[in-house]
Ligand binder design. Structure first.
Ligand SMILES: C[S@@+](CC[C@H](N)C(=O)[O-])C[C@H]1O[C@@H](n2cnc3c(N)ncnc32)[C@H](O)[C@@H]1O
Length: 230
C-alpha cells in the first residue's frame, strides 16, 4: 500500500455494508443543502476527493456541468468508474490522491471530501494541492465527524479517546476555513443493517457495547461541514 493513502477498513473491507451506511446517512439531505447554500454547483465543475465507490457522484451530476471523482484504492476506483459510466459522459473517476490530484491547475469550482483524507493536522499536502486545482472563487468542502456532540459523537470519543476535536477545529480555523455544525441522522431500514454498519465502524468490543445500550435502527449524528473559498 502506498504511504500517502490512508487505510479505510470500513469501505475497503466491506464496500457493500458501506453502501448501506451511505444510503442511511443524512436522509434529509442537510449536508448537500447547506453546501449548496454556500456555493451552488449548477453548471460547474465538481471534484469528489476520496470518492470511494462513487456514492455521491450522482448527487452532484444532477446539476453540475462535470463531475470528477478521485480515488486511490483500486477496487473502489473500479466500482466508482462503473458507477460513473452509468451516469454518462459528464462524470469521470480518476486514480489519485488528495496530495497529488490528476487535474490541471485552476480547473475546479467545487471540491468535496467526505470522511476522506482531510482529517485535520497532517492534511497540509492536500490543502496545498487544493490551492493549486481550485479556481478563483471556487469552494472546497470537507465533511467530518463532530466528536464533541451527539450520540454518535459519544461513541466516537469512547472508541478514540486520544482524538483531539479542539485541535482539529483550531487547525481548520488557522487555515482560513469556516465551520458549520450540522445535526444529521443515521437511519437504517432494519436492526440487522444497523448492526452491520455499527460493526464496520467500530472495533468488536466497542460495537458490542454500543449495540447492547442502543436499541432501534437510528442514531443522532453531529458532523462538521468545513469550507474555504479560494
Ligand atoms: C471512509 S471512505 C469515504 C468514501 C466516500 N467519500 C464516501 O463518503 O462514501 C474514505 C476514502 O478515502 C480514500 N483515501 C484514502 N487515502 C486517500 C488520499 N490520500 N487521498 C484521497 N482519498 C484517500 C479511501 O480509499 C476511501 O475510499
Amino acid at each position: 500500500m502506498r504511504r500517502d493513502v490512508i487505510p479505510s477498513p470500513n469501505i475497503w473491507k466491506y464496500p457493500d455494508v458501506y453502501e448501506i451506511e451511505n444510503l442511511g446517512v443524512d436522509p434529509g439531505g442537510l449536508i448537500e443543502q447547506t453546501m449548496r447554500g454556500v456555493h451552488d454547483w449548477s453548471e460547474q465543475v465538481v471534484l469528489d476527493i476520496g470518492c470511494g465507490s462513487g456514492f455521491h457522484l450522482s448527487r452532484f451530476a444532477e446539476a453540475a456541468a462535470r463531475v470528477i471523482g478521485v480515488e486511490p484504492h483500486p477496487p473502489l476506483l473500479r466500482r466508482a468508474q462503473r458507477r460513473a459510466a452509468e451516469l454518462g459522459p459528464t462524470v469521470t473517476v480518476l486514480r489519485g490522491t488528495a496530495q497529488s490530484l490528476p487535474l490541471p491547475s485552476s480547473s475546479v469550482d467545487v471540491a468535496h471530501a467526505r470522511w476522506a483524507y482531510f482529517f485535520g493536522p497532517g492534511c497540509e499536502p492536500g490543502l496545498t494541492e487544493l490551492s493549486r486545482v481550485m479556481r478563483r472563487g471556487g469552494t472546497a468542502f470537507v465533511v467530518d465527524n463532530d466528536a464533541t456532540r451527539s450520540t454518535f459523537g459519544g461513541w466516537f470519543r469512547r472508541a478514540l479517546p486520544s482524538y483531539d476535536a479542539a485541535a482539529v477545529e483550531r487547525f481548520w480555523a488557522r487555515n482560513g476555513w469556516h465551520r458549520r455544525q450540522l445535526d444529521i441522522a443515521w437511519v437504517q431500514p432494519d436492526r440487522a443493517s444497523f448492526e452491520a454498519v455499527v460493526r464496520i465502524e467500530f472495533a468488536p468490543d466497542a460495537a458490542d457495547v454500543i449495540l447492547a445500550e442502543h436499541p432501534g435502527t437510528t442514531v443522532d449524528y453531529a458532523v462538521n461541514l468545513f469550507w474555504r473559498t479560494f
